[in-house]
Each structure stands twice: as structure tokens, then as C-alpha cells.
Design a protein around this ligand. Sequence first.
Ligand code: 5GP
Length: 105
Amino acid sequence: MKSIFTRIIEREIPSDIVYEQDNIIVIKDIAPKAKTHLLIIPKKEIPSINEIQKEDSDLIAELFFVAKKMAYDLNIQQGYQLKFHVWALWGQEVMHLHLHLLSNI
Ligand code: 5GP
């Protein structure tokens, strides 16, 4: 079964898309926990950090470069948080890897 984020990537369900490139999409979180709350999502369906493989190295690094780009584009580069929840006991609800970018600037 496709993840909810794959369904967003494939435009099956609507979302506020802020940025997209061949292998990554950035959307606004539907229930923001800060003034800015973006989700930086690889299009590849990797469930979580626990399942990343060496072959994903470039993609994982790219998530951080996209995060930096978003921070500069939104002019919040003076202060923001990046985080991954990993599996259910630390609150991961959607089992499709995503990097949270939060800021209150
Ligand atoms: P997790 O807890 O898995 O790290 O974070 C999942 C995030 O995805 C949550 O912050 C939640 O609000 C967000 N989310 C869940 N479903 C949707 C959706 O359909 N659209 C968007 N834009 N965000 C979603």
C-alpha cells in the first residue's frame, strides 16, 4: 500500500507543495507545530532512518541541502530545527521518511 506521502507526490491527494525536484518534495505540514513547519520528503519510499541503506547516502545528504535551501528561501536561516522521528515509540506516525523543518522566526 502506498504511503500518504506517495499519494501526495502522485497528486492523488492535495497538499501545499512548496518545492519539488526529481527525487524530493517539500510540503507544509497539515498540523503545524511552529510558525514554519515543512516536511522534506524523499520520493523513494524508505520507511524511516532505521531502513536507510548505503546506496541512499546521496539522497539523505540531499535532504539537508534542500532544508538549507528552504531556510534561506524563507529567510529563517538564523534559527530553525531539523528532526526525524524514528519509529512509533518516538512518535513517527507516517512510515515514509521525512525531515521536519521547524522555525518560529
Ligand atoms: P511524524 O510524526 O511521522 O514524524 O510526522 C508526520 C507529520 O505528517 C505530522 O506532523 C503530520 O501533521 C503530517 N501529516 C500527516 N498527514 C498529512 C497530510 O495528509 N498532509 C500533510 N501536509 N501533512 C500530513
